[in-house]
Design a protein around this ligand. Sequence first.
Ligand code: ATP
Ligand code: MG
Length: 441
Amino acid sequence: MRLSRYFLPLSKETPADATIASHQYMLRAGMMKQNSAGIYSWLPLGHKVLKKIEQIVREEQNRAGAIEMLMPTIQSADLWKETGRYDAYGPEMLRIVDRHEREMLYGPTNEDMITDIFRTFTRSYKELPKILYHIQWKFRDERRPRFGVMRGREFLMKDAYSFDLTEEDARASYNKMFIAYLNTFNRMGLKAVPMRADTGPIGGDLSHEFIILAETGESEVFCHADLVNMAAPGAVDFESDLQALVDQRTALYAATDEMHNPEEFEQIPDDKRLTARGIEVGHIFYFGEKYSQPMKAKVMGPDGQEIFIKMGSYGIGVSRLVGGIIEASHDENGIIWPKAVAPFGAGIINLKVGDEDTDTACENIYHALALAGIDPLYDDRSDRGGVKFSRMDLIGLPYQIIVGPRGLKEGGVEVKTRSTGERENLSIDEAINFVTEQFKA
Ligand code: ATP
Ligand code: MG
């Protein structure tokens, strides 16, 4: 993409309510625009990142055996009345009346609807287990939308739902999602820690929030320091026993403020006791028959008896992750995108637009990188060098190739790695190879 043809509306000022880095940088870097409180348009740069995150989430769900589908944003109130949630949900639910006076709502989540779909089509235990998911916009009329896309009212969520015959099978589904989540966040360059979470009236230990550590996070967390640095499981055989992998992590103390047990925490060695703040980017939950009972979602078991389906739900805040990744990866000059989610792989800075040699060199690099699949952003605008440098730092592309007449006379260009600030003088071919190599996993 050539910057002169792109839509990248940068801004210098940010509103006073943008108090944290990710909110400020997303506005300054022209990634999004607020349309009303907690409701945003995703401008081209932000949209690219959102789609990359969505795709990683999708790939890891698929790898774990979950099946993608798509449910609507607008739902009928009827299903929610069946489960009793229409009244229970409260003011966070956006309620709508259509022209026929029918009660509708903008879905804040989809347990009721997916249970209805499942009960309509599934009769026998032989069709279990199943995990279905979709990636769809949700609406929650949050009391205090804030921190930009991190606590929006309209936001993009991946929500998966598991259906099993027995509690034991349901635990296996839960474990699959647990592992898939670790791999998902790891691919985005994040260290997400599974924390015990409140299971509400259902009880049990099967609920975890996945939290990335950040000073500006809304959750207070307490955990064993080793948990933060544990490697992601990587390629695992999802048919094999996942319990051991999950146990490894759940054995180490980790809880948010609501589940924190100070006595248990004290038992951790002093130097391993970590108290921090974090951002909830995912939440997995086993809730058994909570919806299948009121909605009469049953299957015929092997013995011919009808059994209520055991269910769980598994959310990831796709749009929240855009802000979360920036919170975890930025400096005073702007965003530092992890390679896997960067909107463009590299930026090319032309320091003298109109100079024949410089233009030619930039064009050559631009085409070579595009051909190599790096998706470069070429700053071909005629601004001063200083403007270009700070703009490129702000939008945070992993690599910058800086091309000017002086360097070219000495036979080369400068390559800057955004995350380390390291600069290297390389020939044009070396620069292309260097950047291309960085993207080979
Ligand atoms: P929170 O405690 O932050 O309000 P929640 O417990 O209500 O979140 P879930 O119902 O578990 O959220 O939703 C699944 C995921 O969706 C959360 O882990 C979070 O990443 C994301 N999410 C929830 N609410 C919002 C929101 N208002 N804006 C952006 N993302 C959200
Ligand atoms: Mg939650």
